[in-house]
Ligand binder design. Structure first.
Ligand code: GRF
Length: 194
C-alpha cells in the first residue's frame, strides 16, 4: 500500500447493471486516503440499475449505455472512457459481454469480480449450482478480463466454508460480503504488481 502514498490516484470506471453493492463498497474505499484509485465514471447497461443511485449520491459522472446496437454502444463507451482519462475498469455485476476490439483497447486494465472460486463455476447462478453439487467450500474471485467468460488471470480469491444449513440465499449474502472486502484488496495487489 505504501507504494501509492503521495502518488496521484488512478482514474477508474465501474461498470454495473443492477444492485451496485460492489460499486458502493468501491466508492467508499476510493475515498480513503490510501486508495490507489479515484472513481470518476460509472457506466450502467441498464437505466433502472439501483447502483446508479450510488453514483448520483456521490456526484460521480454516470452514463447509461444501451446495448441494442453493440458497435454504437461501444463507441459511446470508448469516447467517454477517453474523455475521463480512464486507466482502470472494474466490472461489478456488469451483464454485457465486451467485444474483442474493446478489450484490446484496454488490455490488462479490466478487472471483474465473480461469485465463485474460479476456475470452478463460471457463468451465472453460481450459488445454486454450488449448493446442488454439495460443495464444501465456495468464495469469490477477482480476475483480469479476457475474451473468454470468467477465464482471465486470477488476481485474488477468498474462500469460505459452506455450512449444512446454508442455502442459495444465505450463500449469496455471505459471498457478497466477502466480495466487498476482496475487490479493494485485489485492486491494490493488481496495481502493486504492475
Ligand atoms: C456480484 O455477486 C458479482 O460477483 C457478480 O454480480 C454480482 C453483482 O452484485 N458479478 P452487485 O451489483 O455488486 O450488488
Amino acid at each position: 500500500m505504501a507504494k501509492f502514498v503521495g502518488k496521484s490516484k488512478l482514474n477508474a470506471a465501474v461498470f454495473i447493471s443492477g444492485r451496485g453493492s460492489n460499486l458502493r463498497s468501491l466508492i467508499n474505499y476510493s475515498k480513503k486516503k490510501l486508495s490507489p484509485i479515484k472513481i470518476v465514471l460509472v457506466v450502467s447497461s441498464n437505466k433502472e440499475a439501483q447502483g446508479l443511485n450510488y453514483a448520483k449520491m456521490n456526484n460521480i459522472k454516470n452514463i447509461v449505455v444501451i446495448y441494442k446496437n453493440i458497435p454504437k454502444a461501444e463507441k459511446k463507451l470508448l469516447d467517454t472512457l477517453v474523455k475521463y482519462k480512464i486507466q482502470l475498469i472494474c466490472l461489478a455485476g456488469f451483464m454485457k459481454i465486451l467485444s474483442k476490439k474493446f478489450l484490446l483497447k484496454f488490455k490488462g486494465q479490466i478487472l471483474n469480480i465473480h461469485p465463485s472460486l474460479l476456475p470452478n463455476y463460471k457463468g451465472l447462478h453460481t450459488h445454486k449450482r454450488v449448493i446442488e453439487n454439495k460443495e464444501k467450500f465456495t468464495g469469490c474471485t477477482v480476475h483480469l478480463v479476457n475474451s473468454c467468460l470468467d477465464s482471465g488471470k486470477i488476481i485474488l480469491q477468498k474462500k469460505i466454508k459452506i455450512l449444512r444449513k446454508d442455502n442459495e440465499n444465505s450463500l449469496t449474502k455471505k459471498v457478497l460480503k466477502l466480495e466487498h472486502q476482496l475487490y479493494p484488496k485485489a485492486i491494490v495487489k493488481f496495481l502493486s504488481n504492475r
